[in-house]
Design a protein around this ligand. Structure first.
Ligand code: HEC
Ligand code: HEC
Ligand code: HEC
Ligand code: HEC
Length: 199
């Protein structure tokens, strides 16, 4: 991503924002969410509530409304399936473990919130242009953590391999994964969203 290019665009957008009161209102919702989160940290007792609020589809899509990620996800089994168990955005993207979870919240506050205000991905075109890079961040993270968030729900141990077709059964053997250094995301990219163009 050429840096100069993106800076120009966001500056231009900044001027446009001033003339569009509605845009400020839209930014207000997520900003409010973050402020509540920060307030929660200051008043320790409220932290639990702040985490609950910011770990909801509602909160994530208050920003990720202009892109296609939400629409695509709604077509997948993780949104709706026969068993009625739903994986929400934070289930896959926000760790349950305390330290890594706070790291994500902090990154969101200092990277995603400012970029939301600058409008870095606020049109489908800008989003598509950045999509592969964002996907790579997610893949790298999942590779490093051995797909930890997937494993909050799935495990090789609890799979009934007899019920799976042959292609899956051969791959879901813990010893094989260990030996080859494979993790879920190596084979299951694009399960919740379309794969980025050019991948
Ligand atoms: C304040 C607005 C805002 C909120 C709220 C928000 N995001 Fe984001 N998010 C963004 C922006 C803007 C980017 C693009 C950042 C960039 O271009 O580097 C982004 C990037 C991402 C990425 C790409 C990964 C990466 O590291 O670059 C993921 C995944 C993501 N958001 C998931 C979520 C989830 C899950 C939630 C809810 C817990 C959420 N976001 C809440 C604005 C937001
Ligand atoms: C909150 C729990 C949860 C999380 C987190 C989760 N899943 Fe799932 N996953 C499910 C459920 C429930 C189903 C649907 C099961 C069914 O009804 O067959 C499913 C289905 C699947 C399927 C088969 C259907 C399809 O879409 O291809 C794959 C593959 C899969 N998950 C991989 C993953 C991977 C990889 C991750 C991590 C990036 C992950 N899951 C995270 C609960 C979860
Ligand atoms: C070496 C590649 C590989 C790895 C690693 C792998 N899978 Fe799979 N998985 C497959 C293939 C191939 C299929 C069958 C085709 C498909 O659904 O994509 C499959 C199918 C599935 C299904 C659907 C099973 C069914 O019959 O409904 C689920 C759920 C799933 N994988 C979850 C996982 C999870 C969770 C992990 C990590 C713990 C994982 N897989 C690791 C290759 C892999
Ligand atoms: C089942 C797990 C799962 C769920 C649920 C999920 N995501 Fe993702 N998300 C991923 C994975 C894996 C990637 C990495 C790219 C890929 O493989 O599609 C990703 C990538 C992204 C990206 C980077 C851009 C891109 O398209 O690659 C954003 C932004 C994002 N997700 C936001 C969300 C939001 C918002 C929600 C809820 C509406 C959500 N995700 C729900 C697994 C999930």
């Amino acid at each position: 991503m050429p840096e100069g290019h993106s800076v120009d665009k966001s500056e231009a957008h900044g001027h446009k924002l001033w003339r569009k009161p509605r845009a400020w209102w839209l930014v207000g919702i997520p900003t409010g969410g973050f402020l509540m989160f920060l307030a929660g940290i200051i008043f320790w007792g409220g932290l639990h509530t702040a985490i609950e609020v910011t770990n909801s589809i509602w909160f994530c899509t208050s920003c990720h409304e202009m892109e296609t990620v939400y629409e695509e996800y709604k077509e997948t089994l993780h949104y709706q399936n026969a068993s009625g168990v739903r994986a929400t955005c934070p289930d896959c993207h926000v760790p349950k473990v305390w330290g890594p979870m706070m790291a994500v919240k902090i990154r969101a506050t200092f990277n995603e919130l400012p970029k939301k205000i600058m409008g870095t991905i606020d049109t489908p075109e800008k989003f598509e242009a950045r999509r592969l890079e964002l996907a790579k961040h997610v893949w790298d993270r999942m590779k490093k953590t051995d797909s930890r968030e997937c494993r909050n729900c799935h495990s090789f141990d609890s799979m009934n391999l007899d019920e799976q077709d042959k292609s899956a059964r051969k791959k879901h053997i813990p010893e094989r994964a260990l030996e080859k250094g494979e993790t879920c995301i190596d084979c299951h990219k694009g399960i919740a969203h379309e794969l980025p163009e050019g991948y």
